[in-house]
Design a protein around this ligand. Structure first.
Ligand code: GRF
Length: 199
């Protein structure tokens, strides 16, 4: 299954997705394209080093969200992409895009949803004083950080944790669950229509 990854930054999840598919011959997906809305995203260099095609589409060129998404959509169709993975992609997708790609867009979020939606989820967890947080792979629907859950992994919060140490351990967990969750979806073993439930 040809997939595309949308990023805005570091791209460590992107790297984990690429690595899994290249080191597991039985992997059911192949990363064909990486799109960033930021020209200086570090992940772009990592993708190029891995031999993956990269494109930059600057969202600031577009007055409305949907025009930006249409440009992404065109690129995806040109490259026969079947599944989209958001990996630190800091733009909300339009209703048009999410409906067009219903059940075909995945996201990873650094909390056990439905807790701590939105930005700075690890910090939110620390501030809330919870002892356990984690990460979630879920299908993307119009509402931010909503949509049926595909996989989760818990991470304990230690008394010595600050945002950066916690974020680090959450990312390690993310890198483990994202590739396997994507594999499930690519194999047709998990689908949004199976579980129309919301988070
Ligand atoms: C991850 O923590 C992910 O959960 C969130 O953004 C971060 C992206 O990190 N959506 P990276 O660019 O994959 O390193």
């Amino acid at each position: 299954t040809p997939i595309a990854i949308l990023i805005s930054g570091t791209g460590s999840n992107m790297q984990a997705l690429i690595k899994h598919s290249t080191t597991h011959p039985e992997s059911s997906y192949q990363v064909k394209l990486v799109i960033s809305n930021k020209a200086d995203a570090l992940g772009l260099i990592k993708a190029q080093e891995a031999g993956i095609m990269t494109k930059v589409i600057d969202h600031r060129k577009f007055k409305v969200r949907e025009s930006f998404d249409r440009e992404i959509d065109t690129l995806l169709l040109e490259n026969n992409i079947e599944i989209i993975c958001l990996a630190g992609f800091m733009r909300l997708l339009s209703g048009w895009m999410v409906q067009k790609w219903h059940g075909k867009i995945l996201n990873i979020h650094p909390s056990l949803l439905p807790s701590f939606k939105g930005v700075n989820a690890p910090k939110q967890a620390l501030n809330a004083g919870v002892k356990v947080t984690g990460c979630t792979v879920h299908f993307v629907v119009e509402e931010m950080d909503d949509g049926a859950i595909i996989e989760q992994r818990s991470v304990r919060i230690e008394t010595t944790d600050d945002v950066s140490t916690l974020q680090y351990r959450i990312k390690l967990a993310e890198h483990q669950i994202y590739p396997t969750a994507l594999d499930q979806v690519a194999k047709g073993l998990a689908s949004l229509d199976d579980k129309e439930n919301k988070v």
